[in-house]
Design a protein around this ligand. Structure first.
Ligand code: PLP
Length: 400
């Protein structure tokens, strides 16, 4: 098996890296990347087995440790995020779990932004607290509050930007400075932008986490996650995966690997559709507010212009009438898929307060700005006119 490398690849632009990085070719001469669905790999001799087990020579042992297809995905993603190394995991949540269990210990403290994904709140607040890791939740957009909330044992700052579903935007460079000053690491969940629209490591973040389930796959087919960063932060996670097991399957890695080839084109198309739908919704008389960082009046717009290369595909809007109205709107739509996933070519719609953020207390939801009338649309790649017609069906279903 040979790996495709060359100086041209190191110097290549992001679209080329998304298509050409990480490729391994077998003697069969296949053009598309192969899927290595094998639990284990053969050794040449007991000596070879001992050396590979001990990590003295490179080579595959068992797919919980390494798998060539997973490796190809990791290399391609690292090339796009412009990090030294990446490690793939079974899901986005297992990436965050692996990060925390590798780099935190009992007695440590984490600062986490208040409006992260609901399961991330649960992980920090319920699971990690049981193991003696403390957490404080801080408003995403105010660096001064992060500095003020830091404790002598704060070891990690964790953010998601833009946030789900309100598109709040964090100043990555400012938070990176704070985390450096206090000797912590800054982890950025780059799910909403993907490396096509934002490269947090270049803004000073230490590590990027991904729910690859979303835009990296791009068609809602499989679950996956990943961490990207410097070798010294990633290598210990690889060791964690080896002993604890939340690895990505070869098939899922192959789906992600092929998904990355069209990431840049898709992200631009998602952003374009979302921008135009957000502008259109903002004009509608039954819409109280639209939350999309591509709109000039969004509080994070100027920062998003500075640190992102696009605004992404997710928007949220509020209809007057609370939960009842939000549910009526969703029930009135026909094209958009009522499902919790995002980052799919198919547009999805969801009521955050009763689903993705349903496990938060009403108080936590209030603090995170998740109102009962809020509807999230993860805008897909369909024709804009058809999405607008579907929204009109939703508005027509509102009892007035
Ligand atoms: C921003 C964000 N991070 C992490 C996750 C968790 O990813 P997964 O569902 O792949 O475990 C999600 C899932 O929706 C998400 O939206």
């Amino acid at each position: 098996m040979t790996k495709e490398t060359g100086k041209w690849l190191e110097d290549a632009g992001p679209r080329t890296r998304a298509i050409r990085s990480g490729i391994r070719r077998t003697p069969e001469g296949e053009h598309a990347e192969p899927i290595f669905t094998s639990s284990s790999f053969l050794f040449d001799s007991p000596e070879d087995a001992a050396a590979k087990f001990a990590g003295e020579v490179d080579g595959n042992v068992y797919s919980r440790y390494t798998n060539p297809t997973v490796r190809a995905f990791e290399e391609r993603l690292a090339a796009l995020e412009q990090g030294d190394a990446a490690v793939a995991t079974a899901s986005g949540m297992s990436a965050i779990l692996a990060l925390c269990l590798t780099h935190l210990k009992a007695g440590d403290h984490v600062l986490c932004s208040r409006d992260v994904f609901g399961a991330t709140v649960g992980l920090f607040q319920n699971t990690l607290q049981k193991f003696g890791v403390g957490v404080s939740f801080v408003p995403l957009t105010d660096p001064d509050q992060w500095r003020g909330a830091a404790e002598s044992n704060t070891r990690m700052l964790f953010i998601e930007t833009p946030s789900n579903p309100l598109n709040a935007v964090a100043d990555i460079a400012a938070l990176a400075q704070i985390s450096q000053d206090i000797g912590a690491i800054l982890a950025v969940d780059n799910c909403f932008c993907s490396p096509a629209l934002q490269t947090p490591l270049l803004l000073g973040a230490d590590i990027v986490t991904h729910s690859a389930t979303k835009y990296l796959d791009g068609q809602g087919r499989v679950l996956g996650g990943a961490l990207v960063g410097p070798e010294e932060l990633i290598t210990p996670v690889v060791a964690f995966n080896r002993s604890c097991g939340p690895t990505m399957s070869a098939f899922n890695a192959w789906v992600m690997l092929k998904g990355l080839e069209t990431l840049d084109l898709r992200m631009r198309a998602h952003s374009d559709n979302a921008q135009r739908l957000a502008e259109w919704l903002a004009e509608h008389s039954l819409v109280e507010a639209v939350h999309y960082c591509g709109l000039p009046d969004h509080p994070g717009h100027a920062l998003a212009v500075r640190q992102q290369q696009g605004f992404g595909g997710v928007l949220a809007f509020e209809v007057a009438g609370g939960r009842e109205a939000a549910w009526q709107f969703i029930n009135g739509t026909e094209l958009m898929s009522l499902t919790a996933n995002l980052g799919d070519a198919k547009t999805t719609i969801v009521h955050p307060a009763s689903t993705t953020h349903g496990r938060l207390t009403a108080e936590q939801r209030g603090a995170a700005g998740i109102s009962e009338g809020l509807v999230r649309i993860a805008v897909g790649l369909e024709d804009l006119a058809d999405l607008q017609s579907d929204c009109l069906r939703g508005f027509a279903a509102l009892s007035r």
